[in-house]
Design a protein around this ligand. Structure first.
Ligand code: ATP
Length: 453
């Protein structure tokens, strides 16, 4: 940002902006709004104002009269976050609550310089958009530059069956991105998820390459491996960095030739699949530490997409949260909680170490009405209390989800643990739209493939 025109009345804010401009080496021009409006034409860089709405409207009208879009130019400083809500439909670039000091003013202005016009649209139902469970990367929830870059790369990759590495911290959406890539591709095969961190070294070959009948005591029939199951589809190697070096060597050979021989068999089975691998850690550091094979890294690293941490996706937090509120409200069939400006502020200032997963859980707690205090947002916000029936349903759902998770999605075992007749469990599974595996793992899928909604 090279220039900033400032029309602010508050001496305090003016001095903060002056200091911020000095820090940013930005040329700052101070002027009264009335004087600015008499100029022709208006400046073409950002105009910072703290004017009341009726005066602001004059500026908006003037910009429009000059054939310009006020939503690309005006930054309004406000005292209270709720003012964004009240005037959310005025077309301005951003509404910013007056920052505490020049340094945070610099940070905000620098972030704005890299972003698209936005304004927090808060409403009674907290609703930004209709929930779009089918497209986690809908434009409404992808506003931050980092995530837009990631989605652009994913979009470019979706129809190319090239191997891909997904990088990002826990809960940032690597699994979601891998499934999205698979769904968007023209693959006819299935999406096969292998959680490398949960795969013991001695089971690696059997799980990945399969087993021939008689390979060992108890192997009574042929069992396909994950690589084979992923034929014409996607093999997703989650947390690939957890594999031991000997397993990495076997994987490299299998990926090189896109096939393997089942354990105890002589038959070579080919698999034409796309491989997506994910990791939370920096590959370079692992390679340097001798914990990851460089040749495997180069084999996989045809393309790479970095999914940013949620704290670096400030613009996405409120829309995502709003979508989750809508989603859980529909799932639990209860009334929508209020997304207040105060809560939006808290969401934006939280560090989100658990990223989208944490945000999602937070929205879920909000909908259920479990206020867990300062760190487990949201606490003590105005919201419509859930009815007794809604709370009981939410509790029941949580019990069933946990039991299914403990039993790898197997409905039979979960029903036994819960002491709930199988037909009664099925009834609830349908009611809560939970996915499950009726007969355990006999179909060759792994627990991780059975997604619990
Ligand atoms: N863009 C999104 N829209 C909706 N939900 C999302 C989005 N991104 C992630 N989530 C949700 O957040 C949770 C965590 O996402 P996901 O499992 O994809 O993260 P991850 O990076 O694979 O995490 P980990 O490394 O811990 O396995 C999931 O419940 C997922 O549904």
């Amino acid at each position: 940002m090279n220039r900033l025109t400032v029309c602010v009345r508050s001496p305090d804010l003016r001095s903060r902006l002056r200091a911020a401009a000095l820090l940013m080496q930005t040329e700052l021009r101070e002027i009264q709004l009335e004087d600015l409006l008499s100029r022709r034409p208006l400046p073409d860089h950002w105009i910072a104002v703290d004017s009341p709405v009726d005066e602001l409207v004059n500026l908006i009208d003037r910009l429009k009269a000059e054939g310009r879009d006020p939503a690309t130019q005006i930054i309004r400083f406000i005292d209270q976050p709720w003012q964004t809500y009240v005037y959310h439909d005025i077309p301005i670039f951003a509404s910013i609550v007056v920052p505490a000091d020049p340094l945070s003013t610099v940070q905000i202005l620098e972030k704005l310089a890299k972003t698209q016009p936005f304004s927090l649209q808060l409403g009674q139902s907290g609703s930004f958009t209709e929930p779009d469970a089918d497209n986690p990367f809908h434009a409404d929830v992808v506003r931050s530059p980092g995530m837009r870059r990631a989605v652009q790369q994913l979009t470019r990759l979706k129809n190319l069956t090239v191997d891909t590495v997904l990088l990002g911290p826990t809960g940032a959406g690597k699994d979601t991105a891998a499934r999205w890539l698979h769904q968007q591709s023209r693959c006819t095969g299935q999406f096969v998820h292998v959680n490398c961190a949960a795969l013991p070294e001695n089971l690696f070959e059997a799980e990945l390459f399969g087993v021939s009948a008689g390979a060992y005591t108890g192997a009574s029939k042929d069992r396909p491996g994950k690589l084979e199951l992923a034929h014409q589809g996607t093999l997703y190697l989650d947390e690939i960095d957890s594999l031991s070096l000997p397993c990495q060597a076997k994987l490299l050979t299998a990926l090189q030739y896109r096939g393997a021989t089942r354990l105890g068999g002589n038959h070579y089975v080919e698999s034409e699949c796309r491989v997506i691998a994910s990791t939370k850690v920096d590959f370079r550091a692992l390679i340097d530490a001798g914990r990851f094979r460089e040749d495997l890294y180069f084999r996989l690293h045809v393309s790479q997409v970095q999914l940013p941490a949620l704290r670096d996706r400030l613009e996405d937090i409120v829309p995502l949260y709003s979508n989750f509120l809508n989603l859980f409200t529909q799932r639990y069939q209860c009334s929508a909680p209020v997304l207040t400006a105060e809560l939006a502020d808290q969401l934006l200032s939280h560090a989100w170490p658990g990223n989208v997963r944490e945000l999602q859980a937070c929205a879920q707690r909000h909908v259920i009405g479990l206020d867990t205090g300062p760190d487990g947002l949201p606490a003590a916000h105005e919201q419509a209390p859930l009815s007794f029936k809604e709370r009981v349903s939410a509790f029941e759902l949580a019990l069933i989800q946990q039991a299914l998770k403990r039993h790898q999605g197997c409905a039979k075992s979960a029903s036994a643990e819960l002491g709930l007749p199988l037909h009664a469990l099925y009834y609830r599974l349908r009611r809560y739209e939970l996915e499950f595996n009726p007969s355990g793992r006999s179909d060759g899928t792994s627990p991780s493939e059975i997604a619990l909604k």
